[in-house]
Design a protein around this ligand. Structure first.
Ligand SMILES: [Zn+2]
Ligand SMILES: [Zn+2]
Ligand SMILES: [Zn+2]
Length: 453
């Protein structure tokens, strides 16, 4: 494999990356990030709010506050559109869920909050231990218990250093017992009781730029384009393949033209670099297994050389950014309002009229050159160029005096195959044998059995 491009597109995401960006608020925020106006979404403390913090950037760009803003950022992070990093840890009141709490020191012995911190002195004579403040009187140290003056450190008294003293039970201690006072509901709770919440900042993931730029603009327009052409569009479509495997197609577009149903598999490959052969091979295998022969691959920024050759050989229509732009802005293939009416075969001329009404160009008894070099004469060839894809329907008309066997259908299928036409209709007068019908079904040929033309 000459090119290997790291996959960053939506198909690398089994959940399907498109759905989040269906949310217009997410789109607004992401657009701000792509425009470079927001690089990192940072929290700002605001104890008047429920959460205790806000994301001003989300508020400004998407007008979302509180939990909703947080949920949006989390969903972007889950899609790797932003990278989250630790910002702060807040503690939460278990009673009212507030996050504005103040620590308070308590006595580890009796639990009282009436504690003081200061230099602790011990009077040797009476063994009284207290905070320095208790001993000071008129510029001298006087013991509050025995009223003796303390003169010489080391001889009369000693200092135990800076510690805590409980005013209620006189306990001296080094480490106070910390409780938290909620400034919203005034509850006093212990350390084990408080909840905690980690808050994050979110930084735009530059490696997602190509994918997002596509998701936000051309993809939406492309899906609209398909809808305008009468397609029923499913994004991130799950399709069960003939092998039994389930495939996810980025876009599945289907339109029932009455005579035939056009199903188009659309793959989206976005990488930082050129798209390699492996990616297009995957797409082709998926489409093949799903029995879909109309294939479009959107390749951003572009296909590699090998991949391009493969696409052309496998009749995969490739749309690179410039092609997309032309397709989506060009009015050349303006959507045509097609009349949708159920098809029922009456006559050859009615069939032709029906197709022309659907926008097909119809030719009778026309020569088409096959891949083998042979020239085949088609009874009816209907062509419709939609800009993105050209639909060709081969229609064979065969008449006999009894139901026709396998050989007639086989010849028709062979012709169609050689010319690369995969939408096939076979008009059999007066019909087919059972064996021939089964063959036609297996080959995806629509059979119209009529008693006479
Ligand atoms: Zn004393
Ligand atoms: Zn105490
Ligand atoms: Zn509280």
């Amino acid at each position: 494999m000459a090119e290997t491009a790291k996959k960053v597109g939506p198909t690398s995401d089994p959940e399907g990356g498109g759905s989040l960006l269906d949310n217009p608020l997410a789109r607004k925020l992401v657009a701000e990030m792509l425009a470079g106006r927001i690089a990192t979404v940072k929290p700002q403390y605001d104890f008047t709010t429920e959460l205790g913090y806000v994301y001003p950037a989300v508020d400004q760009a998407a007008n979302l506050k509180g939990e909703e803003a947080l949920a949006l950022m989390e969903s972007l992070a889950a899609r790797d559109i932003v990278r989250k990093s630790f910002f702060d840890r807040l503690i939460r009141c278990p009673r009212c869920q507030g996050v504005n709490l103040r620590p308070s020191s308590h006595c580890p012995k009796c639990g009282s909050g009436h504690v003081v911190r200061g230099r602790i002195l011990e009077h040797f004579a009476c063994k009284y231990i207290g905070v320095e403040d208790e001993f000071t009187a008129k510029g001298k140290y006087v013991c509050p218990r025995c009223r003796m003056e303390l003169r010489t450190i080391g001889a009369d008294y000693r200092s135990q250093g800076v510690l805590y003293k409980c005013r209620d039970c006189s306990e001296i201690f080094n480490v106070p017992f910390i409780k938290w006072r909620c400034l919203k509901c005034s509850s006093l709770v212990t350390e084990d009781e408080v909840g905690e919440v980690v808050i994050y900042s979110y930084t735009f993931e530059e490696s997602k730029r190509n994918w997002l730029e596509f998701e936000l603009q051309p993809k939406v327009r492309f899906v609209e384009f398909l809808s305008q052409h009468g397609y029923k569009v499913t994004e991130n479509a799950k399709v069960r393949g003939r092998s039994g495997a389930e495939h996810c197609l980025d876009i599945l577009a289907a339109r029932d033209d009455g005579l035939v149903t056009h199903t188009v598999a659309i793959g989206i490959e976005i990488a930082r670099d050129r798209i390699g052969l492996d990616r297009i091979l995957d797409f082709d295998v998926k489409a093949y297994d799903s029995g879909i022969h109309d294939k479009i691959l959107i390749a951003i920024p572009e296909l590699g050389e090998e991949a391009r050759k493969f696409a052309s050989y496998q009749r995969i229509k490739v749309l690179e950014p410039k092609d997309l732009e032309i397709l989506l802005t060009g009015g050349r293939h303006a959507a045509r309002e097609t009349v949708r009416e159920p098809f029922e075969f009456k006559s050859k001329s009615q069939l032709i009229q029906y197709l022309e009404k659907q926008g097909y160009t119809v030719k009778e008894k026309t020569d088409v050159k096959g891949r083998s070099g042979a020239v085949h004469n088609m009874d009816i060839l209907a062509t419709k160029d939609e800009g993105i894809i050209t639909h060709r329907i081969a229609i064979g008309v065969e008449t006999d005096d009894k139901p026709m066997g396998l050989d007639r259908v086989f010849d028709f299928d062979d012709k169609a195959y050689d010319t690369g036409i995969l939408d096939k209709v076979f008009i059999a007068v007066p019909g087919l044998t059972k064996e021939a019908t089964q063959f036609a079904k297996r080959q995806g040929i629509r059979v119209l059995a009529v008693s006479q033309l």
